[in-house]
Design a protein. Structure first.
Length: 201
């Protein structure tokens, strides 16, 4: 505002005014939108934090189940057979320390063709249950493993999640029983005298 003077006395004023109604409305809309955006960001941040907490809990549960399991467990990257993780049961059953396996490509399969067939089957079907195979221990000894295998995705890589049990003693017992029956059958069939088997009841 500027004053107009005449003879040193103010006689009037020049007032220049701008209508700021639209600007005020725009500022109010902007402020309201900004507040809504802040609420949305706050809610999404809370949701993301909750999802992260749930994911961490899920990973922790998986980690505990994986590492505390008495069953042999391993995760290998499909493309290069590199061990991502193994539990102590897996490492101990094969005579290794966990550190000797994790991060390394180490083929413990006795029959690589059987491994290729299993991978082909899993690739087509997603998983395989009760798959019996032979593994080679660090000492060179053969162990029999009954395993279930699934394809899982970790960090964008397809991996094999193997859960198995060592059935070597069962296989040895079955083989001993088979040999014993075979010997008994031969002894029975080729005995020079008559042999009769009866019940005591």
């Amino acid at each position: 505002m500027d004053f107009i003077y005449k003879d040193g006395k103010p006689e009037g004023a020049v007032v220049i005014a701008h209508d700021v109604t639209e600007r005020r409305r725009a500022e109010e809309v902007l402020k309201r939108d900004q507040q809504q955006l802040e609420k949305i960001i706050t809610q999404r941040t809370r949701d993301l934090e909750e999802s992260n907490r749930e994911l961490l809990q899920s990973e922790e549960r998986f980690h505990k189940a994986f590492h505390s399991s008495p069953a042999m467990k391993s995760i290998t990257r499909l493309k290069d057979n590199n061990y991502i993780d193994v539990n102590n049961s897996f490492a101990n059953s094969l005579g290794y320390r966990r550190e000797e396996l994790v991060g390394h490509e180490l083929d413990v399969w006795f029959d690589l063709k059987k491994r290729e067939d299993m991978i082909r089957y899993i690739t087509e079907n997603g998983s395989i249950k009760d798959f019996e195979s032979k593994f080679v221990k660090k000492s060179g000894e053969i162990v029999y493993i009954l395993a279930s295998v699934e394809i899982v995705s970790l960090n964008g890589d397809k991996c094999l999640l193997v859960t198995g049990i060592d059935i070597t003693e069962r296989i040895k017992a079955e083989e001993a029983l088979r040999r014993s029956r075979e010997l008994f059958s031969k002894a029975f069939d080729y005995a020079p005298h008559s042999v009769v088997i009866t019940s005591l009841k």
